[in-house]
Write a new protein. Structure first.
Lengths: 441, 196
């Protein structure tokens, strides 16, 4: 019971502490804000929106473009008019704006996948620091959420560091390089002696960014590269075979040298990831090469991934150039020995695709035969070779491998194991708790 | 924990490198060995036929003629004169109804028959501007066959006496006497019922 007398003005037997009770620190308050459940809900809503628009965007753009513009970026640009594509399908052809052929764009800035992913991870960690207590009863939740963070981190590593390439071999053929399906390069080659070429590779993205801008210059090259035109795709998805078209006499032609004098490439729409019929974008460009010392134009050349041919540059032809799907050379080679498609008995339906290959590595003196099947890839020197394509209709059977190099390839397994273990652990604790309470009753 | 998390964030942020020009060495890549492509020529420059007419085996006392014919624009065919000479120097005719044998000049490759009369077609140009040389066989007189080609390039027909002056006699690989035909006209044979 409270007491009071004339000698002191406090209530109780002893005076209260003279120290001033301070509020939570600034860091703690920031963490509290970051741990907000409202913030969590907002992030889930943003995720829903970007996944929705990112999915719709695949109707018109390639998968890699969508990944770059919506998910593998900090700031995305969401095209609101993609809703028209949605209403067109689900509301009997109604479009809010534009036509199917010319949809028009209404792009707004939007948090990209990286921003949302990292915000979710921060939100989750902050919630654990501020709200969740580290007790045995909560251990399952902690493990489960750790699994979610590992999963997000794994996807971030995949987005930034994983490389997916291709290798294509006809029976008997050997190759020592991989090629990318979504990256291109303008390469300049000259003989470097002892059966090798010196190669200067200019990334296709750099060529695309240099249109109308200052020339690309490099000390290793005797000329500067001025990009006049870049075509993101020159392959018409509607035509089974497309490619260079002969130039007609009198037709306006930017090329003044090389194959471009005789042929041109048509700029086509970018191939959509869902309508592309498994085709890929084949870019091309017109570039003017200028002599570094004199500044005079060596010539304006047409290059394109559909022109898979080295063109001699200038009169001496010491340098040759080509625009092609980006190559990665390997210190070993792979030879297709036998390429097989096995059908189900008495049908044309494929049961199995398999390729017998020989791996020849001069560094390790290795020469061994390996069988690659649908679910039995070859793992070699940090790369995994999956059987992904097979063409058995032509004069020689052709096999295609998807070659993946992903430093975080095992992270999803770890993450899923943690999540499963966390859920099971949490369920077990709750079950024991329930059984104990029932026993006490 | 927060420190580790922030450090991880800082380390990973912006790890994706911007595209850069790179330089490396790789095994030498051989050229395609295709001849340079043919640039478009003014249709007003006319049409040219370059080819060989070689007598083959006799049928009812008359020779079956072998034709090795290219038809196209004048400059494009001008670049094929030397390869055709090289081709002719290796050409050997069959004794019976078989096919002639020959060596193809650099960059020339066999291709699918370009028309229903061609027994064999040989691509003589770059793969983007292929100009086939058709190999075919027919009877008739030399003058008839030369005049047929003259019709095709829009030249007036010649009399039998004038024909030897319009072709050049050469000796092919097996010693056979053959006729080198190189004619240029305004182009385009027209069907007989077409308006002049």
């Amino acid at each position: 019971m409270a007491q009071a007398n004339g000698n002191h003005d406090y209530v109780g037997a002893s005076p209260p502490s003279t120290s001033v009770r301070t509020g939570p620190s600034v860091v703690y308050r920031i963490l509290q804000a970051l741990a907000s459940l409202r913030f969590t809900v907002l992030l889930f809503v943003l995720t829903l929106v970007i996944v929705f628009f990112g999915t719709l965007a695949q109707k018109r753009d390639s998968l890699n473009t969508v990944l770059d513009e919506y998910f593998y970026c900090w700031l995305g640009w969401v095209d609101l008019n993609l809703i028209s594509d949605f209403t067109q399908v689900f509301l009997k052809g109604v479009r809010l704006y534009g036509t199917d052929d010319d949809p028009g764009r209404l792009r707004i800035p939007f948090p990209g996948g990286f921003t949302i992913g990292w915000a979710m991870a921060i939100n989750l960690v902050a919630a654990h620091i501020v709200r969740f207590k580290l007790t045995w009863k909560r251990a399952g939740i902690w493990i489960l959420h750790a699994g979610v963070i590992v999963l997000l981190g794994g996807e971030f590593i995949r987005a930034n560091f994983a490389i997916e390439d291709q290798m294509r071999l006809s029976e008997g053929q050997s190759s020592n390089y991989l090629f990318s399906l979504d990256k291109s390069e303008l390469v300049f080659l000259r003989p470097a002696g002892s059966g090798s070429d010196e190669i200067v590779s200019v990334p296709g993205q750099m060529i695309e960014n240099a249109v109308g801008g200052p020339p690309i210059t490099r000390p290793d090259l005797p000329f500067d590269v001025e990009v006049l035109q870049y075509m993101k795709n020159t392959s018409d998805p509607a035509r089974p075979i497309s490619g260079p078209v002969p130039v007609k006499f009198g037709e306006k032609n930017p090329a003044t040298a090389g194959l471009g004098l005789a042929v041109r490439l048509n700029a086509e729409k970018e191939i959509s990831s869902i309508k592309g019929d498994r085709k890929i974008n084949l870019p091309g460009c017109y570039v003017t090469l200028r002599d570094k010392t004199s500044g005079k134009a060596v010539g304006t050349y047409l290059f394109g991934t559909e022109i898979d041919e080295l063109q001699p540059i200038g009169a001496d032809g010491e340098w040759r150039a080509a625009f092609r799907l980006k190559r990665t050379y390997l210190p070993y080679s792979i030879q297709a020995i036998k390429v097989e498609r096995i059908n189900w008995p008495n049908t044309d339906r494929p049961k199995e695709f398999r390729s017998s290959v020989r791996v020849e590595n001069p560094t390790t003196q290795e020469s061994r035969e390996v069988l690659i099947e649908m679910n039995r890839p070859l793992r070699y020197e940090g790369r995994t070779y999956y059987q992904s394509q097979m063409d058995t209709g032509g004069p020689a059977n052709v096999t295609g491998f998807q070659v993946v190099q992903n430093p975080g390839s095992h992270i999803p397994y770890v993450a899923c194991s943690l999540i499963t273990f966390g859920m099971a652990f949490h369920f077990l604790i709750k079950l024991i708790d329930f059984l104990n309470r029932r026993a006490r009753r | 924990m927060l420190v580790i998390f922030v450090a991880g964030l800082v380390l990973l942020t912006g790890c994706k490198p911007a595209p850069e020009i790179s330089k490396y060495t790789a095994p030498h890549e051989a050229d395609e060995n295709d001849p340079p492509p043919d640039v478009p020529e003014d249709p007003a420059s006319g049409e040219r036929i370059l080819g060989l007419i070689v007598p083959g085996h006799l049928e009812s006392g008359k020779p079956q003629w072998w034709f090795f014919k290219m038809r196209g624009r004048p400059q494009a065919l001008g670049r094929r004169v030397k390869p055709l000479e090289e081709f002719a120097s290796t050409l050997k005719m069959p004794a019976d109804e078989g096919m002639p044998t020959y060596n193809l000049p650099a960059g020339w490759v066999h291709t699918r028959s370009s028309n229903q009369f061609a027994l064999v077609s040989i691509r003589t140009g770059h793969r983007y501007t292929p100009l086939p040389m058709d190999v075919s066989k027919a009877g008739g007189e030399l003058a008839e066959n030369v005049n047929r080609w003259r019709d095709q390039v829009g030249l007036k027909r010649l009399s039998v006496d004038e024909i030897p002056g319009s072709v050049r006699e050469i000796t092919i690989g097996d010693g056979t006497k053959a006729y080198w035909v190189d004619i240029t006209g305004p182009g385009g044979s027209k069907p007989p019922f077409a308006k002049p």
